[in-house]
Structure formats: C-alpha cells, structure tokens
Design a protein around this ligand. Structure first.
Ligand code: SF4
Ligand code: SF4
Ligand code: SF4
Length: 203
C-alpha cells in the first residue's frame, strides 16, 4: 500500500500534464480560428430582434427586384416570395420587406420568387438578377497557413481561386461570380460576404 499510493499520485500528475500540453497545442492561436476573424458584422438591437440587415449594409432583395425605391413602393409585404423559395433563403425583414440571407444557403436563380410576386416588385425582365458579388476578407484560413478550399468546391461558377499549400487568401473572379451565396455559409470562419458591385467595376 505504501508503494501503490505514491505511484497513483505520480500517474495522476503525469496524466494532467499530458492533457494540458495536448489541449494547449489544439487551442493555440495557430490552430484556433481567431474570434475577431469569424465575428459576424455588428447588429443593432433592433436588427437582432427583427432580423434586419447588418449596420452599414444595403438590404439584399430577392433576385430580379426593381430599383430599391420602387421596390419599397410596390412590395405589399405579402411574403409570397418568401414562402415560394424552395431553398428558404428569403426572410422577412424588420420592415416587412423580403431579404436574401446567404447564411441560409444558395440562391439557385430558379425564379420561383419572381413568379410568386404579383405586385411587380420582382420582374423577370430585370437582368442581371442582381449585382451581388462575393468578396473574401482577412479571416480566410489559407492566408493564415491553414488549408481550406470549401468555398471553391461549392462555387457553381468556378469563380473562386485558392492557391495550393495555404499560400494566401482565396480570391473571387467578379466577372464570373453570380452572387449566388453558396460560398458564404460554407466558409468555416465567415470570411465571405456579398455586396452589390456596379457592372463597370467588373469590366
Ligand atoms: S430565385 Fe429561387 S432560390 Fe433564388 S431567392 Fe428566388 S425562389 Fe429562392
Ligand atoms: S471557405 Fe474559402 S474563404 Fe472561407 S476560409 Fe476556406 S478558403 Fe477561405
Ligand atoms: S457567390 Fe456563388 S458564384 Fe460567387 S464566388 Fe460565391 S459561390 Fe461562386
């Protein structure tokens, strides 16, 4: 008994040390996504409560929406487009207007929302469907030595380039990007956002 007791104590201390080193390695800044990098855009209290767009951004309307002012006039807030979307990527904003939320998935441009809209706020004649384009921010893992190409793998337009060997952030070819949003939700650190890009900027 006099030998067994110190032996148990030694094993317990050694086990604790092993676990601590292991955890320390896993949780070192090099392995862990930086919370600053993955932080979502700031939301107001009202936005959090009512699902509004983040501060400083223009709400992303459904594809083939008429000009913003006219859209707000024509849209009757009926939610028909929101209900019609098979991908469930449209949400009702705090003001009742519909908004595309790419964190819910990809717009396939199926046109169901446009067909469902009886008010003229969404029109099949609006082309291109929108001017949204993806952009990659500094949190992108390959820019920090971590291999990742999730966005490239899901992009239906082959618009994303990721250099092999984690040598720099992913880049988006704006001329190919359709703004579908498939890359947004898949990114493990939230490094991709969509924003309206004027056509001339894509030339
Ligand atoms: S085009 Fe289709 S997938 Fe895209 S928002 Fe409209 S209903 Fe949804
Ligand atoms: S999904 Fe794309 S943008 Fe996100 S970390 Fe991976 S390579 Fe970067
Ligand atoms: S928004 Fe769609 S088309 Fe554009 S880069 Fe992302 S996945 Fe590709």
């Amino acid at each position: 008994m006099a030998v067994v007791f110190p032996l148990i104590a030694i094993l317990a201390v050694a086990g604790y040390g092993f676990l601590k080193v292991g955890y320390g390695r896993w949780s070192s800044p090099a392995r862990r996504p930086d919370p600053e990098m993955s932080a979502p855009a700031p939301l107001t209290r009202r936005a959090l409560l009512f699902g509004e767009s983040p501060v400083g951004t223009v709400a992303m309307r459904p594809p083939r929406a008429v000009e913003a002012g006219l859209f707000a006039e024509r849209c009757t807030r009926c939610d028909d487009c929101v209900r019609a979307c098979p991908e469930q990527v449209l949400v009702r904003d705090g003001d009742g207007l519909p908004r595309f939320d790419p964190t819910r998935g990809e717009c396939t441009f199926c046109g169901d929302c446009v067909q469902a809209c009886a008010s003229g706020a969404l029109q099949a004649s609006v082309a291109p469907p929108w001017e949204l384009r993806a952009s990659v921010h500094e949190g992108c893992l390959p820019a920090h030595g971590v291999v990742c190409a999730s966005c490239r793998e899901v992009c239906p337009e082959s618009a994303i380039h990721v250099a092999p060997g984690a040598r720099g952030a992913a880049t988006v070819d704006a001329a190919r990007c359709s703004g579908c949003g498939a890359c947004v939700a898949i990114c493990p650190v939230g490094a991709i956002t969509l924003a309206a890009l004027p056509q001339e900027a894509m030339a």
